[in-house]
Design a protein. Sequence first.
Length: 88
Amino acid sequence: MEIAGAASEGFFLTMLGIDEASQYYRGLDDAYRQRFGGEPDVFTAYGYEGAKVLFQTIVEGGTIEEQRARMTAGRWPGLMGEVAFRQL
């Protein structure tokens, strides 16, 4: 904010929280610590969640329209609770 000065006026940022008690997070946390020797951050979680949903949809197959319909029709359990997509 100091560097941006007046250009940052009115800037607002939000992030979803991670449910660190969930089974999904514990699995990611353990694997991440073993592989990288540190704690995963929120951006690791966002990338993991997005890739998980994308890969699951690809594996299930179908046309782009069918995949889009599946992704927007349901809720996906994960690190940040249930995630839903409204429009793709």
